[in-house]
Design a protein around this ligand. Sequence first.
Ligand code: NAP
Length: 218
Amino acid sequence: MKTLGLIGAGQIGSQLARLAVARGYNVVVSNSRGPETLSTLVKELGPKARAATAIGAAQAGDIVVVTVPLKNYRQVPVAPLAGKIVIDTNNYYPERDGHIAELDNETTTTAELLQAHLPTSKVVKAFNHIHAAALTTDGQPSGSKNRRALAVAGDDQSAKAEVTNLLDEFGFDTVDAGPLKEGWRIQRDTPGYGPRRTANELRRDLAAAKRYRDQKTA
Ligand SMILES: NC(=O)c1ccc[n+]([C@@H]2O[C@H](COP(=O)([O-])OP(=O)(O)OC[C@H]3O[C@@H](n4cnc5c(N)ncnc54)[C@H](OP(=O)(O)O)[C@@H]3O)[C@@H](O)[C@H]2O)c1
C-alpha cells in the first residue's frame, strides 16, 4: 500500500487526492494554512486520507506531488523529499506568480526550477496540462480506444516509469516528452496545453510546440 503526499490541496491537489484514494492509495494532503483547514476535504476523501503540514505530507509520501502556485515553490520542504519521486504540476503565470527572469528569458523551465530547489529528489513533470476537473472525468481503463494521454518529463528514467504507472492507474496513457529541459513543450500556450489528446495527437503537439520567443515572431 503506497502513500501519495500532496503539497497543495487546491484544484489539482484535491482532484489527485480523489483519484488516489479511489485507487486504494493512502493520501496525506497539505496546504499553506494548516491541516485543520482541510477537514472538509479529508472527510470527503474518507479513512485513507489525513491532513498534515507540508513537511508531514513530504515525509509520509512514497511519491509526493507539488501542486502550489509556482511563486511559492521555494517554500516546499527540501530535506523530507530527499531521494523521493516528486511530481511537479506547476505552471508559470506571471500575473499570478510575478516575473521570474529565467522563465521569461526561457533559459530554464518550471520543473527545472523545482529540481534545483530539491537537488536530490527525482522531479517528474506531470498533470500540468489537464484542467483539474477533467482529472476525474477523462480517465479510462488501460487499452481503451482513444484514451486520453498526458505528458511526462524527467531526468530520471525509473522515476518517470513509476509516474507512468501512476498515470495509467489514474486512467491516462503517457507520452514521454524527454528530460525536464524539454518540459517547455507542454507549457502554457503550446498546442497540447489543455485539450484532450490521445498519445499520437499529443506526440504531434509536443513536436509542433514553439518557444514563447518564436511564437511572438510567428
Ligand atoms: N487548476 C488547474 O486546472 C491546473 C491544471 C494544471 C496545472 N495547474 C497548476 O498546478 C498548480 C496548482 O494549481 P491549483 O489550480 O490546484 O491551485 P490552487 O487551487 O490555487 O491551490 C493551490 C494550493 O497550494 C497550496 N499552497 C500554496 N502555497 C503553499 C505552500 N507554501 N505550502 C503548501 N501548500 C501551499 C494552497 O494552500 P492555501 O489555500 O492554504 O494557501 C492550495 O491548497 C499551479 O502551479 C497551477 O498553475 C493547475
